[in-house]
Write a protein that binds this ligand. Structure first.
Ligand SMILES: [Zn+2]
Length: 310
């Protein structure tokens, strides 16, 4: 599918003075949210999009608000739905955590991928972040400060950063929260995400929160819902390891209960792969074999490529 208005029309939502969320329904695989802030120095974009068409639509949406150029793009993490479109901001400095750059380079550019129904990616050569930080940076939009902060440990990925506007209590939390969708931790850490959601995200979630997928929210209920899911995954992993079954088998043997209605439910398999690794060794971080886990997710999905409507 290549129509950016399907499965829903993207929309701009002004969440604070000069700060906008760019919400793309329905938030399933490769359909992300982004955002931007407009100041006298120009525009700061928060993330790009997965396909050429979706990123061009995002740029058009920015152009409907201001004729000022995008001079900075902040990537919240390395995943392609947030970074593949970076190359379409040729005048902008692309900023992110140093591991975001490393992981974006390791994954490579937009291309046909074996585990999904591939969208029309368009022409998007790799453009990784080229101004990197290790802890945090201060970014000014006029006289409004934004703190771009690495969350301190693996969570959704190894390299998640928040963009926090303290003056208006506005938080762009990247994919640390999927509002209405299934969280995905394969390239991060289930235990790490629980810690980060409780201790880093929740304390900042009292104002306006723009998640990486799903609608903007104004209380911490979606944070709680994501935490409930993560604890469910962790409990399942503990029982699966005790029983000596694989993550795929543990997923197949499980009734997802109230989480079954969340889109992209096959993520349970990747999340269990990750949780098994978290439980096996909490002293050092070890990445899991993501290709093997994604292949298991396809098996769980009756052998069908995962649904992608981007
Ligand atoms: Zn992501």
């Amino acid at each position: 599918m290549t129509d950016v208005n399907s499965p829903g029309r993207p929309r701009i939502q002004e969440v604070a003075d000069g700060i906008y969320a760019y919400i793309q329904p329905d938030g399933t695989w490769w359909i992300n949210n982004a955002g931007f802030a407009v100041g006298p120095q120009g525009v700061v974009a928060i993330d790009s999009c997965s396909t050429e068409r979706r990123t061009r639509a995002f740029i058009e949406a920015i152009g409907s608000v201001t004729s000022a150029p995008v001079r900075t793009v902040v990537n919240t993490h390395h995943h392609g739905d947030h970074t593949f479109g970076n190359v379409l901001f040729p005048g902008a400095t692309i900023v992110a955590h140093e591991q975001t750059r490393a992981e974006a380079i390791a994954f490579g550019p937009a291309r046909e991928l074996p585990w999904w129904n591939n969208p029309n990616w368009g022409e998007l050569p790799l453009e990784p972040p080229f101004l990197t930080f290790t802890d945090r940076i201060g970014l000014w939009v006029g006289d409004q400060r934004a703190d771009v902060m690495h969350v301190g440990s693996p969570a959704h990925t190894t390299n998640d950063s928040l963009v926090w506007f303290p003056e208006s209590s506005t938080l762009f939390c990247g994919d640390l929260v999927f509002n209405g969708g299934t969280p995905f931790l394969l390239m991060g850490s289930v235990t790490g995400a629980i810690d980060v959601l409780e201790n880093v995200v929740r304390p900042l979630a009292g104002g306006t929160v723009v998640p990486g997928h799903g609608p903007v929210f104004h209380d911490d209920e979606p944070v709680t819902a994501n935490l409930d899911y993560l604890r469910f995954v962790l409990d399942l992993a503990e029982r699966g390891q005790t029983a000596g079954v694989t993550p795929l088998q543990a997923a197949r043997d499980t009734d997802l209960g109230r989480f079954a209605d969340w889109p992209d439910s096959e993520r349970i398999v990747g999340n269990l792969h990750r949780a098994y690794a978290d439980l096996a060794d909490s002293s050092t971080y070890r990445p899991v074999d993501t290709s093997a886990a994604l292949a298991d997710m396809v098996l769980y999905n009756n052998g069908e490529p995962l649904t992608c409507l981007a």
